[in-house]
Design a protein around this ligand. Structure first.
Ligand code: SF4
Ligand code: SF4
Length: 134
């Protein structure tokens, strides 16, 4: 099989700028852990990620004051990422469980749920404050 028909596409790809960028560092640091520590200490900064596109589905935002406790979001969530809190009649969302499908946002009758453009969600503890929305 000849690869000649693919040559124009190969050349086009060589000339195109990449759609992604190297993240979090422009060049691979000798130690990623030390690099991230120095970012935390403010001694260096991360190589900024590419901008998120419109309607990006990142970490969920929850307005508990608007929520009416109807549980519709729980019923539609395919990942069982939402728990009902009977004491307060509000919900708790486990970000590590969420698959960012946005179905809960569509189902909520009072618009209490939204998808943000936050996607830097790595954490060593799945139950850390950053990983739970309530
Ligand atoms: S975005 Fe999808 S997976 Fe995440 S909490 Fe909502 S319904 Fe569940
Ligand atoms: S669907 Fe909306 S109003 Fe109903 S429990 Fe979920 S967040 Fe609250």
């Amino acid at each position: 099989m000849s690869f000649l028909p693919a040559i124009p596409e190969i050349l086009r790809q060589f000339l195109k700028r990449p759609a992604t960028n190297i993240f979090p560092a422009k060049y691979l640091p000798p130690s990623v852990t030390k690099y991230l520590q120095s970012v935390q200490e403010g001694k260096t900064s991360i190589h900024p990620p590419v901008e998120t596109p419109p309607n990006f589905r990142g970490k969920i935002l929850y307005d508990r004051d608007t929520c009416i406790g109807c549980k519709l979001c729980i019923r539609v969530c395919p990942a069982n990422a939402i728990e009902f809190l009977p004491e307060t009649k509000r919900v708790r969302i486990y970000v590590t469980q969420c698959i960012f499908c946005s179905q809960c946002n569509d189902a909520c009758p009072v618009d209490a749920l939204h998808m943000s453009d936050e996607f830097l969600l790595a954490d060593e503890d799945r139950y850390s404050e950053n990983m739970i929305v309530e």
